[in-house]
Write a protein that binds this ligand. Structure first.
Ligand SMILES: [Zn+2]
Length: 337
């Protein structure tokens, strides 16, 4: 179907006409907005949907598309409000079901405080000061957590390393992380980011406090030093090479998440299983962290294969690259590497 083009000038003209009498024009503007949304131009898409809502507040398709747009812009609160406005405007059953699920999903996300970087809190400083309009760009979302418990601060060399890794990502990977709202958080230790864990330090907490990195959804955490067991003190910092390797691994998780968690799709799970089934049982055991059949093994194999493609040289990187040839091929293709 060929749609007449609606220029930005005609939007202004329509402002004076109002399109409540012109429903066809409303659907054209909606399509135009969706076009911008699909092209990743969320601010422009937002303009179109907001204009439609202003003209006709009960036009639910515009509320729904605006909600999706806010979600992409990581304005979770606004997205939730627009999904609720969609429901209040009595959409069709399918949309109502999705909007309801999205409200629940966002409520969960907002309640999981640990998974949301507290960029407004006093504990973080931004490494790169954004230049006005580019405030939300990925490279401006590298945060440094201030030390607690008399810990030494994150080393400048770690900050430089993380900045350099982010700067050198292939453009398409960078863009995926950028759109996915990814963050990189550098902290002296896990306990500086989540101090409550220091109060009741159990075995699991200690394990995490001695870890070099984590990734929660699209948010990467890099820890500069491990906690010394039985104390509140930190040990010697992790070596630069080690930090670089785990950062690539965690960025693999963040990329996977930012691109819709492809590691859990039937297609990738099948490829992962084929690779695992082609290994010797010795290799399967050696790489147990990556070879569990199902999403748990697949997500780790994807992250470490990604790390290998980015040039990481961790203790398992080369073996994983050799042992998952199908997954590596699929990932190269998917990420256009
Ligand atoms: Zn991992």
């Amino acid at each position: 179907m060929v749609r007449p083009k609606v220029s930005r000038i005609s939007v202004l003209v329509l402002l004076t006409i109002g399109f409540s009498v012109l429903p066809i024009v409303a659907s054209d503007l909606l399509s135009k907005g969706i076009g911008y949304y699909n092209a990743g131009d969320y601010p422009r898409a937002e303009e179109y949907f907001m204009y439609l809502i202003k003209e006709n507040p009960s036009y639910w398709p515009a509320h729904y598309e605006l909600a999706n747009t806010y979600l992409r812009m990581h304005h979770l609160e606004k997205a939730r409000q627009e999904y609720m406005n969609t429901l209040n405007a009595k959409p069709d059953l399918k949309t109502a079901k999705i909007a309801g699920q999205m409200v629940t999903f966002i409520n969960t996300r907002l309640s999981k405080e640990a998974h949301v970087p507290d960029t407004t809190g006093g504990s973080l400083t931004v490494v790169n000061t954004p230049s006005s309009s580019a405030a939300e760009e990925f490279k401006h979302r590298i945060y440094v957590v201030k030390p607690l418990f008399d810990h030494p601060p994150v080393r400048q060399s770690t900050i430089n390393l993380a900045t350099e890794v982010v700067d050198r990502l292939p453009p398409n990977i960078y863009e995926a992380l950028n759109r996915g709202g990814a963050t990189v958080n550098l902290s002296p230790n896990m306990t500086d980011k989540w101090p409550d864990t220091m109060k009741n330090m159990d075995a699991q907490g200690l394990h995490m406090a001695q870890d070099a990195a984590r990734c929660y959804e699209q948010n990467v955490y890099i820890y500069d030093r491990p906690l010394i067991a039985g104390t509140k003190k930190l040990g010697e910092p992790f070596a630069d090479d080690g930090i670089r390797n785990v950062l690539y691994h965690e960025l693999g998780h963040a990329t996977d998440w930012s691109m819709g968690k492809f590691s859990a799709t039937p297609e990738v799970l099948k490829i992962h299983e084929e690779d695992v089934n082609s290994m010797s049982s010795g290799m399967r055991t050696r790489l147990a962290y990556y070879t569990t059949i199902g999403p748990k093994g697949s997500v780790e194999a994807v992250a470490e294969t990604f790390a290998g493609l980015m040039g990481a040289q961790g203790k398992d990187t080369a073996l994983v690259a050799q042992s998952f040839p199908r997954l590596r091929g699929w990932l190269k293709n998917k990420l256009k590497l």
